[in-house]
Write a protein that binds this ligand. Sequence first.
Ligand SMILES: C[S@@+](CC[C@H](N)C(=O)[O-])C[C@H]1O[C@@H](n2cnc3c(N)ncnc32)[C@H](O)[C@@H]1O
Length: 253
Amino acid sequence: MTVTTGASGTPARPTVRGEVVPAAFDDVARTYDLMVRLSPGYHEQLRASAAALVEALPETAGRRPVVFDLGCGSGASTAALVHALRAGGRDADVVGVDGSAGMLIQARRKRWPAGVTFRQADAETLGRDDLAEADGVFAAYLLRNVAARDRLLAQVHDVLRPGGVLVVHDYSVRDSLLARLSWHAVCWGVVIPLGLVTAPRSPIYRYLWRSVLDFDGVQRLADRMVKAGFVDVESRSASGWQRGQVHTWRARR
Ligand SMILES: C[S@@+](CC[C@H](N)C(=O)[O-])C[C@H]1O[C@@H](n2cnc3c(N)ncnc32)[C@H](O)[C@@H]1O
């Protein structure tokens, strides 16, 4: 992984305010998995980021490691973690956390191995009571939706055991004109029209478009992690057609 630096762009306002994002996800929860299935490479990219977490998961001397999946949604990222743990020959308790009751209903409906549980909490106000001491934290497509990003990163740093690993997976196009242009094309050519079919009354897919344009550049988010106390901060871009759009950041307490 490498940390890249680039020019900053102009912020754009999202159409769903940060504090109501989980409620907006309630409205699309039943069709979210369908949208994900229509997004080529979505699961593979999540698995690659989850594998980056598992390969850095500290040894726990016989104790079962604990991994949180913050913003677990309907469980796609949780499934990626389960897959990566299995592939890496590791066993762990996995706790999916999300603010949307509707997304959690979809997640809980799925078949999970022992040790996978879900709970509802708001990442804007997440406290020690919502999390236990953790060996790993995965946050896929969450941080962009959180206004109190520095506070959340500090909170995650606080609950991670020394040596514990944080992996963030999200879109970030601010540092690259090419990525911003292709993001506009993907959203207006595919995502927003499909969203009109699967969830006609929801603003969430237009919010996705604007929120990605508004989100931190790769280096800015890496800097936030350093500010929160993380070390060994690194990042890499996804492979395939979303190269430059989707990124993985990894950091250690
Ligand atoms: C795009 S979905 C991603 C779900 C899953 N991680 C995946 O990779 O498919 C983002 C999720 O973050 C959740 N979310 C957004 N803001 C949140 C907040 N402030 N607190 C908790 N969850 C939040 C939403 O409810 C939604 O389920």
